[in-house]
Design a protein around this ligand. Structure first.
Ligand code: ADP
Ligand code: ZN
Ligand code: ZN
Length: 746
């Protein structure tokens, strides 16, 4: 009971979103000591929610509540003076919450930079601007003696920049903090402390385009920049190495020159540091990055720089789609087919699709770029929603690699490699080139077995095999991360004949090391790149251009531009050819064409060798012709006949419980509810299942699926919302349920 003389203002009611899994906002009153504060949507507030003190976000300021005003509590305090979430972001967040059937509070809190979730005040980190002190040249040469060449270089670099340079920029140009320090100790240079905002606003310079564009590239840039300030979605379909990045940079130039900002989404920044480096070299300005590798402070600073309009370019992964931009001028989604744009847990959204929705709302062009576009985007070209621009040939005189299918049905393999493949690797190395060996399994071997009785090492918590790792030696489950010691005896029959099955990257690495003892072998997979910036180190090593073998997973297929790689070898192409997943062929074709596209990007002719036991598979044959548009056309035709996405829409309802029957029961009840509710109407939505998920038990929990499909998107949305409300109204004990709209894995 509140017995206060100073009653809160009940004419302004604040609808507040809170980080709780509840599908609505909560009404609060202004604080008791409200000295005429003004409230706007997008400000954070501190509130008492039951017994918990939470941070919330004002979504609406309204004149009435559906609850008795006397029962409403005042907020504890207002945290921000400004709208940390501006109207554009609130609007796309509300739309997403509805479209993806996710609680608005959780949506907003997954958008906020971590530092802001905790109710901390916005503060952005400071930086330093370095300038030279007055000196005469003779003392410089004397002061920087002998082998301190880099220091001298740094000094001259600073001398040439009339306003000095920011520390970040200096580091981007290859200098270190230690070098700055020595020059500073010698009294040759000095630093001025700046907050990042004023720093970014002052130091901004676009260098001239570094490469003269090809006719195709110029035509594309011209089209893309014809109508800045208007929404238009373009699929930029450019073969691997066609110079899409160059095109993006030219478009961004014009966007910035028109006083606006560019938002660029890439699949994984830490895995493809080259894209960022190319932008940083071209645009001599601090570029805001948004990705999970940043510290909380860095992330908050970049978000603030974008929100206040100081960062002209934001490059980020999936979550960057929610970065507030003061004046958004274009959105570019590079490698738009990549699965990493889909968030697969919690608030499940597609950053690619939201990019289109956001561009539409904020009236700016959207560019989806890929050599192997998703069938969804291609279909949107066919139905007239997107325009398509093409870059059909490689830039800078590079030609396409020849792709060869190598039959391994009856060939002996050594660590997964056949003799003809080994010979080809040798030939390319002898010619002083680099080689990529691709296989999609990390670890040493994907399974171990007992030769006597056929026992296989299974994960204790999942329906999955344990992978053998050698560095360090252990068994690990790649689904739940459970690890165990390697048994020396079979637990079933006590035999000591334990053997490995199959080949992982570690085994291929070991085999290649034995075959090519004088050649550096660089393994690239999640295990070898766990440390921050380790990928950058690997990339720098490869870019030195000396002969080497890169062996690794699909990380190697992603957007790299290694000029001296002339052979790409695919150890086994067959994994995705016979899968139950209707997207498997699309994914296989994209992956193989992408990994093949890493070959021959420089001046030498490239070669691709794909080992397979199914050389007559029609998709592999087409991949060998390198003709993705033709493959896509055929796959689209098949999807159309089968009424599969993009010719229908899907929502996946998932249930989880330690007991599979309970998970199935939840879904069966849901299905019955929908069927009962629509008993008199033509069913517009088909419900398939429930069935246990393909790997039913994961991390000790059983999972089951109910699939909703329809060719009517609105009907599907209505049914999804109906299900969501119904499930919410019932207590399901230990069972959990989640909704995945437009799922990419079913
Ligand atoms: P994509 O992103 O389409 O795979 P990139 O932008 O990485 O292609 O370009 C591939 C290579 O071609 C890079 O080394 C790039 O520097 C070079 N390149 C791009 N455009 C040109 C051009 N107009 N002239 C010369 N070289 C170019
Ligand atoms: Zn055994
Ligand atoms: Zn497991």
């Amino acid at each position: 009971m509140t017995s206060i003389s100073n009653t809160p203002d009940s004419s302004r009611i604040l609808a507040v979103a809170l980080p709780v899994p509840i599908y609505r906002t909560f009404d609060y009153l202004p604080p008791i000591t409200d000295d005429g504060c003004s409230f706007s949507p997008g400000q954070r507030v501190a509130v008492q929610f039951g017994r918990r003190a939470l941070t919330g976000i004002i979504l609406e300021v309204k004149g009435s509540s559906e609850y008795p005003v006397g029962k409403l509590k005042p907020i504890t305090r207002l945290i921000d003076n400004t709208q940390v979430l501006p109207p554009s972001i609130l609007s796309i967040a509300k739309w997403s919450a509805q479209y993806y059937c996710h609680p608005i509070g959780e949506v907003l809190f997954s958008i906020l930079p971590p530092a802001l979730k905790q109710g901390k005040k916005i503060c952005i980190s400071s930086t330093r601007r370095w300038t030279t002190k007055e000196n005469s040249d003779t003392t410089i040469e004397k002061a920087i003696k002998g082998n301190a060449k880099k220091q001298l270089q740094l000094y001259h670099t600073l001398e040439e920049a009339p306003n000095g340079l920011l520390e970040e920029t200096i580091k981007l140009r290859g200098f270190t903090t230690a070098q700055l320090k020595s020059l500073c100790n010698k009294q040759l240079i000095e630093a001025e402390e700046l907050d990042a905002l004023s720093a970014a606003a002052t130091e901004y310079e676009v260098s001239a385009p570094t490469l003269p564009l090809s006719t195709d590239q110029s035509a594309v840039v011209k089209q893309l920049t014809r109508d800045l300030g208007k929404y238009q979605c373009t699929l930029l379909q450019g073969v691997t190495g066609s110079g899409k990045t160059e095109v993006y940079m030219n478009v961004v130039d014009q966007v910035i020159n028109s006083g606006q900002q560019a938002l660029i989404l890439v699949p994984e920044i830490s895995l493809t540091p080259q894209t960022l480096t190319r932008f940083q070299n071209h645009f001599r300005c601090p570029i805001g990055t948004i990705h999970s590798g940043l510290s909380q402070n860095e992330r908050l600073t970049n978000w603030e720089l974008a929100r206040q309009g100081a960062a002209k370019i934001i490059i980020g992964t999936r979550s960057a789609i929610f970065t507030p931009m003061k004046s958004l001028g274009c959105i570019i989604v590079d490698e738009e087919h990549d699965n990493s744009f889909k968030q697969q847990e919690g608030f499940r959204y597609s950053a690619r699709d939201l990019a289109v929705a956001r561009g539409h709302r904020e009236k700016c062009p959207v560019v989806l770029g890929s050599a192997t576009p998703s069938l969804e985007s291609l279909n949107n070209v066919l139905n007239g929603k997107y325009q398509r621009l093409s870059l059909p040939s490689r830039a800078g005189g590079a030609t396409f690699p020849e792709i060869e299918l190598l039959d391994i049905k009856s060939r002996p393999l050594q660590g997964g490699l056949s003799r003809p493949l080994i010979d080809s690797i040798k030939k390319h190395l002898d010619e002083q080139h680099q080689v990529i060996v691709y296989l999609n399994r990390r670890g040493f071997a994907p399974a171990i077995t007992c030769e006597e009785c056929g026992w296989l090492a299974d994960c204790r918590h999942c329906d999955a095999r344990m992978t053998l790792h050698k560095h360090p030696a252990h068994l690990r489950c790649h689904h739940c991360d459970y690890s165990a010691a390697i048994p020396h005896q079979c637990p079933d029959c006590q035999s000591t004949s334990i053997k490995t099955l199959g080949t992982g990257t570690e085994k291929a690495e070991e085999t290649l090391e034995a075959l090519f003892p004088d050649t550096p072998i660089i393994r690239v997979d999640r295990d070898s790149t766990r440390k921050k910036d380790s990928m950058k180190g690997l990339v720098d090593e490869v870019n030195k251009g000396l002969p080497c073998i890169l062996v690794g997973t699909q990380m190697l297929a992603k957007g790299h531009n290694f000029a001296n790689v002339t052979l790409v070898a695919v150890i086994d192409a067959d994994g995705g050819l016979f899968s139950a997943d209707f997207r498997a062929l699309e994914k296989t074709a994209q992956l193989l064409i992408q990994v093949a596209g890493r070959s021959g990007r420089g001046s030498s002719q490239g070669q691709v060798i794909i080992q397979t036991s199914h050389g007559d598979h029609p998709i592999l044959q087409q991949i060998a012709r390198g003709n993705y548009p033709q493959i896509a056309e055929q796959l689209i035709e098949e999807r159309k006949l089968a009424a599969l996405p993009p010719f229908s829409y899907m929502t996946l309802l998932k249930a989880e419980d330690p007991n599979i029957n309970k998970a199935m029961h939840l879904l069966e009840q849901t299905k019955k509810m929908v069927e009962d509710a629509s008993i008199d109407t033509e069913p517009l939505v088909e419900l398939l299942g429930p069935i246990p998920a393909s790997m039913s038990r994961k991390a000790g929990v059983h999972r089951a699926h109910l699939l909703l499909t329809s060719d009517n998107r609105l009907a599907l949305q209505r049914t999804t919302q109906q299900i969501c409300h119904w499930l919410n109204s019932i207590r399901w004990g230990k069972s959990r349920w989640m909704i995945d709209v437009d799922p990419i894995e079913i």
